[in-house]
Write a protein that binds this ligand. Structure first.
Ligand SMILES: Nc1ncnc2c1ncn2[C@@H]1O[C@H](COP(=O)(O)OP(=O)(O)OP(=O)(O)O)[C@@H](O)[C@H]1O
Length: 425
């Protein structure tokens, strides 16, 4: 089996990657390409991690590297099952590759490394041999670097999260590359936004020409594999019935505030179990647990939570009566774009103003309110959201589906315009 795998590897050539869409994360990765540090790419399943490998390989080939010096091993492939319990056997695969191609492996790519029970030991030895110019690895669980051997790698790696396409990447994949394109092709922009609100931003969903039903089916299969492989099996969840009820509860109440004791009560379960199941879900990158804003570090003062999902499509495929025109669908998209645009410490305000998002960039605080459609009934409440005590906001931005206005220092901006306005990261 190794022979076939290795022959496939040695045949890399630039033309194989012509059809791939460029990813914004590449700028960051290429800046570090000459550093020996191991590059770890984590992220939810199907978001495009292996494709980022291909983009990196393409760059290596363009820079003159030989295809034979690049070895990619996908450890999710059942052929690697015998290696899962003893990663040192991989050195044998590398030696075989070198014998077959007659060239040293300089660039090692390991996909889904979490299958190797002691992957850090293998990576540490591979790094320390100084044979490889660069080692890239991927994993689909944020606990990848939290096990007993992780300290072995300290100071030797960079970790970056790959995420499904940002909305800007979706626009770019459909030929909308500038703000001017958006102004001149607004109906197309709104059509893309409708798609993104309902079927999300996973690359295969965005780029595929399958009809809506097939996309929903595919999204359901993504969901099942994330929940099964990266939550239930990876974290050893025992009460799967409770776990599914929790996921369903969080999807139905996406973007609504909750407390762990209240969910425990609603699901008739122990709150400690609910809290740890929520952590397992977050570890798989399928959702994030956002807390209310507080200057105090005491946990009790941040006891309110809101859950946002990595992709609107995953939610729409699983929640009965999901409405892409709802505030929560747009709010979920805004949360993800805040992350894509590099905002940090994202929280919500739990005082009387109820500001949807407080987020920081370059040490400055920004306030965001999200309203699908502003009208006479909700305008006053939405503007009031920015009247925060104790926080000086650098900017106050009210994001809508397609309305633009200014109210004093508050800018009402269509979501697509905000997405396509620099700075992008
Ligand atoms: N930049 C891109 N351009 C074109 N297609 C892409 C791109 N990124 C991802 N895809 C497509 O999306 C699908 C999933 O991508 P990929 O296999 O890279 O994801 P992954 O995160 O490695 O998935 P998994 O965790 O399940 O292994 C593939 O069909 C791939 O071709």
């Amino acid at each position: 089996m190794e022979k076939t795998l290795i022959r496939q590897n040695a045949q890399w050539n630039g033309k194989m990657f012509d059809h791939l869409c460029p990813r914004d994360i590449m700028d960051n990765l290429l800046k570090k390409k000459t550093m020996r540090h191991v590059q770890i790419l984590t992220g939810v399943r199907r978001c495009g991690k292996s494709t980022v490998f291909k983009l990196l390989i393409n760059d290596l080939l363009q820079s003159g590297a030989s295809g034979k010096s690049i070895l990619v091993l996908n450890l999710d492939d059942p052929q690697f099952i015998p290696f899962w319990d003893d990663s040192s056997k991989l050195f044998g695969v590398i030696e075989n590759a070198e014998r077959l191609t007659g060239e040293k492996v300089k660039y090692l790519f390991l996909d889904e490394v979490e299958h190797l029970c002691d992957w850090e030991i293998f990576i540490k030895s591979a790094y320390d041999t100084e044979i490889f110019e660069k080692i890239y690895i991927t994993g689909s669980n944020s606990q990848l670097l939290q096990n007993r051997f992780s300290a072995l790698l300290s100071g030797r790696y960079f970790e970056n999260e790959v995420r499904p396409f940002s909305v800007r990447e979706v626009f770019r994949s459909q030929g909308i590359t500038t703000l001017l394109d958006c102004y001149t092709q607004t109906p197309k922009v709104l059509r893309i936004m409708d798609n993104v609100l309902s079927t999300g931003c996973f690359p295969e969903i965005v780029l595929g020409d399958a009809d809506e039903d097939i996309k929903q089916e595919l999204l359901k299969s993504y969901f099942e594999s994330i929940v099964q492989k990266d939550c239930i099996v990876y974290s050893g969840i025992r009460d799967t019935h409770l776990f599914f009820r929790l996921v369903n509860y969080l999807m139905q109440n996406m973007g609504s505030r909750f407390s762990i004791p209240a969910v425990g009560k609603a699901l008739k379960s122990n709150e400690n179990t609910v809290a740890s199941y929520l952590n397992f879900l977050c570890d798989s990158y399928i959702c994030v647990d956002v807390r209310n804003f507080s200057y105090s570090l005491k946990e009790t003062s941040r006891s309110q939570h809101k859950c946002y999902f990595i992709d609107n499509g995953l939610v729409s495929a699983n929640v009965f009566r999901y409405s892409p025109q709802s505030g929560s669908a747009l709010e979920n998209l805004v949360y993800n774009e805040l992350r894509n645009k590099g905002y940090m410490n994202i929280s919500f305000d739990n005082s009387k103003t109820e500001c949807d998002f407080l987020a920081y960039k370059n040490g400055k605080a920004y306030g965001f309110q999200v309203c699908y459609e502003l009208n006479d009934m909700n305008l006053k409440r939405e503007l009031y959201g920015f009247e925060l005590e104790n926080v000086m906001l650098e900017k106050k931005i009210l994001l809508t589906y397609n309305q633009k206005e200014t109210y004093g220092d508050i800018e009402v901006v269509p979501f697509w315009e905000w997405v396509m306005s620099p700075p992008f990261t």
